[in-house]
Design a protein around this ligand. Structure first.
Ligand code: PGA
Length: 251
């Protein structure tokens, strides 16, 4: 049985005070989450505050991005080891906003997955198609290409055995338009099958998250699908009560 995971992607939201309040709110209710592993991914500058507040709780911390190099002249970048230094166990890699707005290629994303794993972090590798790609029938082709960049890299299946994959259709992110449970399940099953070709054991064990307009009102239905092991939550992770209700739905 795979444990479910719900990770909150705060993106570039909030303030120092709001971040502290949000962590306190999640901490206060975490006892009601019985089974799912819960993680939060605040902006870099709030990681230290959040790490201090999360000490002694079961809530894990993650970064929203990293740079693939270990150290050096990379102004403005953050390494995997630095995230580890601040108590991060997870890091989101290849989010569609970074692919679209910051020009991250499949190869860049694969390098980041490798750097994260090498530093002992669990990458949450994001894949997903745009609306145009879905409407033109290319969903599987796009998701396969994004996955294969990691899967076919050196030691790809070893890297993925230490990763989480989040399927996030771009047209569902922040739009209020969630994939139906069946649409999401179909792509999750496709991902698992594709991974199984390389390594059946890894494919059976890997946690596959769904992301894109998950709310307390639709989470149980999505998480009830056989290949959906939890969620990567954006907007709804900014309210403690809503986020906790989603975590409880991932029972
Ligand atoms: P959303 O974002 O829940 O606000 O749609 C999900 C994500 O981008 O990870």
């Amino acid at each position: 049985m795979r444990q479910s995971l719900v990770a909150g992607n705060w993106k570039m939201n909030g303030s120092r005070a709001a971040a502290r309040d949000l962590v306190e709110g999640i901490k206060a209710g975490i006892g009601s989450v019985k089974k799912a592993k819960v993680a939060i991914c605040p902006p870099f500058v709030y990681l230290a505050d959040c790490a201090a507040l999360l000490k002694g709780t079961p809530i894990a911390l993650g970064g929203q991005n990293l740079y693939h190099a270990a150290s050096g002249a990379y102004t403005g970048e953050i390494s995997a080891a630095m995230l580890g230094d601040f108590g991060c166990g997870y890091v989101i890699v290849g989010h569609s906003e970074r692919r679209a707005l910051c020009g991250e290629s499949d190869e860049t994303v694969a390098r980041k997955v490798l750097a994260a794993v090498k530093a002992g972090l669990t990458p949450i590798l994001c894949v997903g198609e745009s609306l145009e790609e879905r409407e033109s029938g290319h969903t599987e082709q796009v998701v396969a290409r994004q996955l294969d960049a990691v899967l076919h890299a050196a030691e790809g299946s070893v890297l993925l055995a230490k990763s989480v994959v989040a399927y996030e259709p771009v047209w569902a992110i922040g739009t209020g338009r969630t994939a139906t449970p069946q649409q999401a399940q179909d792509v999750h099953a496709f991902i698992r099958q594709r991974l199984a070709v390389q390594n059946a054991d890894m494919a059976r064990k890997i946690q596959l998250l769904y992301g894109g307009s998950v709310r307390a009102s639709n989470a149980a239905e999505l998480f009830g699908m056989p290949d959906i092991d939890g969620g990567l939550i954006g907007g709804a992770s900014l309210q403690a009560d809503e986020f906790l209700a989603i975590c409880r739905a991932a029972g």
